[in-house]
Design a protein around this ligand. Structure first.
Ligand code: UD1
Length: 433
């Protein structure tokens, strides 16, 4: 449980960690070769630990010599089975389908559960593997995938853009026989980070158009070293933290160029910031004295506004004067956390699962809150930092899945945030106040 005392302006410098969504796919990609791969700037987060454990259970050697460095050697993998346990903890375990199938010709992999955001199907991944010649059957919650010989390169055409679907297809195609075209391919920067690593392994992967990826299959790939790119979602979260607390923050290793749509919103609502050479300086003002301006937002695949930054942006919009309409276009249920914001005094009406209207500015107040998933969790922490009084936040393990040392980072910036064991006495809590 986290105890957060709000309305203290944050100040100082914070270094943005390596990207979760890049790191998980990079670790999986290392199974495409028997040679050793080395990754630096890997975030120390729960999802990475789950991926490392899942790989070890397959017989892959995963070394973690020092913080933020992982070394992977997938010489002998004879247990080609990704169990329900891994899939239930983390949906991204499904990214192992493509590389294991391509390299070993078979895998049994559980249908993932993961975050409770919408239904989160994997049909696009499965169809992509079939387009590459795989035979896949579904029985008792498991996909049984095999490829009698090498996968056959071909055209992978998605009915809608999928980030992990694109990545799974790309990983599988690197060892397939011939040239594969993936269209429409996701344009997220994490996909390009994966392309860079695959090329370092000797794969031939490139974008022939922003939404088209070409892969020429190779018989084998070699080991390589790679530094994980910065986490644009974490960077966006700290930008909002500065804005809603009226704080002054400098973000280092912040991928400015990847935050265009988000920073457009931040600019339009009137937050003062500069963004140069992967350094973002945010000069927030206390919204109680000078509220920000309302702004409608709609999430979209990259280069649009990231759905992962929608919840933090909603917290910012509670501190803006006027009505902001929010349209979540990617996932169902990603507005569920709004209920918790309302309990903190936000004035939000939900038209349906994907549309909300936020009326501001409202002075938020502390409350006892329950985190439902990763991105919602980060935004409830932001709301608690902006709120008058103390909040108790349960379920912070969801946030540790994706944010490295979030509590320590906020603490170093002057946030009044403490971790308490569940059930600890909570002096000054909203319940006892
Ligand atoms: C990735 C990110 C996640 C981010 C999301 C969208 C990782 C580990 N996670 O998730 O943080 O929020 O991109 O930017 O990288 N869909 C299907 N069938 C499928 C696959 C997806 O219908 O087989 C649908 C989804 O329900 C969703 C949409 O396609 O509505 C986009 O999802 P997708 O891009 O695949 O998200 P992920 O790759 O799972």
């Amino acid at each position: 449980m986290l105890r957060v005392e709000g309305r203290h302006a944050l100040s100082g410098t914070v270094r943005v960690s390596g990207s979760k969504n890049a790191a998980l796919k990079l670790l999986a990609a290392a199974t495409l070769t028997g040679e050793r791969c080395r990754f630096t700037n890997v975030p120390e987060i729960e999802d990475v630990r789950v991926m490392a454990e899942t790989l070890r259970d397959l017989g892959v050697v995963v070394d973690h010599p020092v913080p933020n460095v992982y070394e992977i050697a997938s010489g002998d993998v004879d247990w080609l089975f990704v169990p329900l346990e891994a899939a239930a903890k983390m949906r991204a375990s499904f990214i192992l389908l493509g590389p294991l199938l391509a390299r070993f010709g078979r895998v049994i992999i559980s249908n993932p559960g993961g975050d409770r955001i919408g239904r989160r199907p994997v049909n696009l991944h499965v169809d992509a593997m079939r387009a590459l010649g795989a035979e896949i059957e579904y029985r008792n919650g498991y996909y049984f995938a095999r490829s009698p010989g090498r996968l056959r390169a071909g055209r992978v055409t998605f009915p809608a853009v999928s980030v992990m679907g694109t990545e799974n297809a790309m990983l599988a195609a690197t060892l397939a026989d011939g040239r594969t075209t993936i269209h429409p391919a996701a344009q997220e920067p994490e996909v390009d980070d994966l392309i860079d690593f695959l090329c370092a392994m000797g794969a031939e992967v490139s974008r022939s158009a922003p939404d088209t990826i070409q892969v020429v299959g190779r018989r084998r790939l070699r080991g390589a070293e790679h530094r994980v790119a910065s986490d644009r979602i974490e960077a966006g979260t700290f930008v909002v933290a500065a804005a809603v607390t009226g704080g002054q923050l400098t973000l280092e290793e912040a991928p400015c160029a990847q935050l265009g749509a988000f920073l457009d919103v931040v600019h339009d609502v009137g937050v003062d910031f500069t963004c140069q050479d992967d350094r973002i300086v945010v000069r927030g003002v206390d919204p109680a004295l000078k509220p920000y301006r309302s702004r409608d937002i709609a999430t979209a695949p990259y280069p649009g506004l990231a759905t992962d930054l929608q919840p933090p942006t909603c917290v910012l919009l509670t501190q803006a004067e006027g009505v902001s309409r929010v349209h979540e276009t990617i996932f169902e249920d990603r507005l569920e956390f709004i209920g918790e914001l309302v309990r903190m005094g936000a004035d939000v009406s939900l038209a349906d699962d994907q549309h909300a209207a936020i009326r501001g500015r409202t002075g938020l107040h502390g409350a006892e809150l329950e985190i439902g998933d990763l991105r919602a969790g980060a935004s409830l922490i932001l709301a608690a930092l902006a709120a008058e009084g103390t909040s108790l936040i349960h379920g912070e393990h969801h946030v540790q899945r994706g944010y490295e040392n979030i509590e320590g980072k906020f603490h170093d910036l002057g946030a009044r945030m403490t971790r308490l064991p569940e059930g600890a006495p909570t002096e000054g809590s909203p319940a006892s106040a």
